[in-house]
Ligand binder design. Sequence first.
Ligand code: CP
Length: 327
Amino acid sequence: MSLLTAPGQATQTLQWTKKDLLGLRTLSADEIRLILQTAESFREISLRPIKKVPTLRGKTVVNLFFEPSTRTRISFELAAKRLSADIVNIATHSSSLSKGETILDTVHNLEALKVDILVIRHAAAGVPALIASQATSAVINAGDGAHEHPTQALLDLFTIQEKKGRIDGLNVSIIGDIAHSRVARSDIWGLTKLGARVTVCGPPTLMPTQIEQLGVKVTYRVDEAIRDADVLMLLRIQHERQETRLVPSLREYRLRYGIDRDRLAAHAKPDVLIMHPGPVNRGVELDSAVADGPFSVILDQVTNGLAVRMAALYLVSGAPKVDEAEA
Ligand code: CP
């Protein structure tokens, strides 16, 4: 099945029309499929001896990260470089933001320098959308508070499609700190739009009220979440977004919700996929034997993140696709 073709639909040609990529809630299933298909066409560039094409030559990308990041920031930087864009990383603690300049003033100064794409991570939900409303540059949300992390969900979808050959009809269980997870929210939007059945599982204190309204099933029993799941997505407890302690102890959490080899052997399907957006807290939500075991695709997710971010940069840039002969 083409990624651009929903079950029962004829193949169609889509154009990207949005200035920004802010979240999956506001994307249609076809727009999500377009990004995944574009990522598929960029994936092989990273397998070449010379991992570079001129697609975004002359474009300037700025990484503006107000929160720590390993995977997302480096992945966007490599994605920009592999497309021949210029990339600037702004360390917010050593910029004039630390002298009291507002984020919007910083953005207006960057735009005065004629940048093209702003990649923004911030601890507060809505900051990328606010900037997008004020900026003429394209804005990509690299994670805003507990709101959305669209490129993480897109790389998760890409990885499931790659490993399972489909997303429609799969059972996906997301286990962990759902309440504070932007990854969970973006994954729920993306998975349900592409036809997966999503179950969320975690301690009641880490479960948002009325989450069922997003079209998911809720369980507080991890064995139930594991049973029948084609994909298990584990999430860490996001202490940085919690004002009070919401689980009695990490030991207690591990006993009730942690995934170890025995729990997997007792309840999981024989071809289950183990996914985690990272960073993994080993021995809490996931034991090393599972994180590094035969069902884990955690590092494949990281690899696929590069192709997905190349696709995101390319689509919001509005650049024409350079054909293979030129590449
Ligand atoms: N998955 C993810 O967003 O990882 P980083 O925080 O390292 O970017």
